[in-house]
Ligand binder design. Structure first.
Ligand code: PXG
Length: 467
């Protein structure tokens, strides 16, 4: 078991006070947090975390969709320390390279679909998507079609929190702060059957085609000669694990091919085995031109992101483009690349992608189908090792709870109180456990989920929220 990494001995309250005094957290209302005090996480092993009060917590979110190989993997620790000693940093700008970056580029090409022979490294998913914006616009410049500027994305997409990432994303709360989106980015409706198809009386597969054709309508409205690319997460993660119908992505591909529009898969969550294939685009049946990655590439042990660059863009950049005036200090950071090499090696050695596809993914689907019978659950869906439970007031009609109830947050509170980390996105309770999770641990997770649903149901009865 890992030893504590704290530098000084303090009580939980002392940590919380120092946290409130100095640490501005991402996406956080700090007044609210200061009243409660942050939960201090001190150590982890496999799929479990321990907080500063000694509570053991089952981490059904893999940190933040990233710890694919689970915590405490010594191979990654060794890879980092070895590289830190040998060469902690060197850049890749001035006609130099480091060996871990070269080897990782080679390995990423190996685990990517045919036609992906090149990679551009960044430090995070957001930076990867900034690279995407610059690269697709540069591509069309090189091809002599500089008018192709517009990138089409979707409502409720998440593509990061930099100016470009937040603009590509379709989160209204993010657009409301800081004058976003930046010019040249447009959004169509998301392929969320429950909200946009079910109520129209469409089957899921009919709806998939309808939702894809919203893209065609938008391309025609803008003029195909002005459209650079379409970007989407194969399965929307932060938006609430929105799994599109199987008909959606192939139709998106057909439309993009028809109008010569580039396809970008944001694989930051779906990549590296999450859906039961190396890439979510493989599970969803489409062939992107670019794939953004981060998170699972290092299982979150150190930060790394980037973009897999498909053949037609790579050929334009390499053969015709001259210098592409873009890059980051940490593009190809040797320590991050060394950890990624060890991580991908471990994913292969443990057969995690196959395990998700053939064993734990189908098992999670089966266990989630049982949860669909719970009185609070209107819909239960999984894709590989991501899953969502939609909490509804009335299963027969699908009627939603009053927004003021915040049923998802009520349920999340019970999760926190019962040793389970599950996220609430609106009324959708979502999970994405580490890919090393076993069937027995899935059973253990199901006991906790069911307990939290039952406690939430009891609250709903007690407070009259079901009326
Ligand atoms: N694309 C996708 C699809 C993501 O999920 C990013 C890009 C940005 O990556 P970085 O490394 O810049 O954070 C993400 C990140 C949530 C949540 O609440 C999800 C993410 C980040 C923070 C919170 O589910 N995904």
């Amino acid at each position: 078991m890992a030893t504590s990494t704290r530098t000084t001995q303090r009580t939980t309250q002392e940590w919380q006070a120092a946290d409130a005094a100095h640490f501005l957290h991402p996406f956080t209302d700090h007044q609210g947090l200061a009243k409660k005090g942050a939960r201090i996480i001190e150590r982890a092993d496999n799929i479990y975390l321990w907080d500063s009060e000694g509570h053991k917590i089952l981490d059904a979110m893999s940190g933040l969709w990233c710890v694919n190989v689970g915590y405490g993997q010594e191979a990654l620790v060794q890879a980092a320390t070895k590289q830190l000693r040998q060469l902690p940093f060197y850049n890749a700008f001035f006609q130099t390279a480091t060996t871990p970056a070269i080897e990782l580029a080679e390995l990423l090409a190996e685990v990517s679909p045919p036609g992906f022979e090149h990679v551009f490294f960044a430090g995070s998913g957001s930076e990867g998507n900034d690279t995407v914006v610059r690269m697709v616009r540069r591509y069309w410049d090189i091809l002599g079609q500089p008018n192709r500027q517009v990138i089409i994305s979707r409502n409720n997409a998440y593509h990061g929190s930099t100016m470009a990432g937040a603009s590509l994303g379709g989160m209204s709360g993010m657009h409301a702060q800081g004058g976003l989106p930046i010019p040249g980015i447009q959004h169509i409706e998301q392929p969320y059957w429950w909200d946009h198809g079910r109520t129209q009386g469409l089957t899921r597969s009919e709806f998939g085609l309808v939702a894809a054709r919203w893209l065609e309508e938008r391309i025609l409205a803008i003029g195909a000669e002005n459209v650079a690319a379409f970007i989407g997460e194969p399965v929307q993660g932060a938006g609430g694990v929105i799994i599109p119908p199987a008909t959606y992505w192939p139709e998106i591909q057909r439309i993009c091919d028809k109008y010569g529009v580039l396809v970008v898969a944001d694989e930051v969550i779906c990549g590296f085995g999450r859906t039961g294939a190396w890439w979510g685009s493989q599970t969803m049946g489409f062939r992107p031109d670019l794939m953004t990655f981060a998170k699972g590439v290092t299982s979150g042990y150190v930060p790394l992101g980037g973009v897999m660059v498909g053949e037609r863009i790579a050929r334009a950049l390499v053969d015709q483009g001259g210098e592409f005036n873009h890059g980051y200090t940490y593009s190809g950071h040797p320590v991050a690349c060394a950890v990624a090499l060890a991580n991908i090696g471990l994913i292969r050695e443990l057969g995690l992608v196959e395990r998700v596809k053939n064993d734990t993914g189908p098992y999670l689907a089966q266990r989630f189908a049982e949860l669909a019978e719970h009185p609070l659950v209107g819909d239960a869906e999984t894709c590989g090792l991501m899953g969502a439970l939609l909490l509804v007031k009335n299963r027969a009609t699908g009627a939603a709870f009053d927004e003021a109830v915040g049923i998802g947050m009520v349920c999340r509170g019970h999760c926190f109180g019962n040793g389970l980390i599950m996220r609430a996105v609106g009324d959708r309770m979502i999970i994405a456990p580490p890919l090393v999770i076993t069937r027995a641990q899935i059973d253990e997770m199901m006991v906790l989920i069911r307990r939290c649903l039952d406690l939430t149901l009891a609250d709903a009865h007690a407070h009259g929220w079901l009326k």
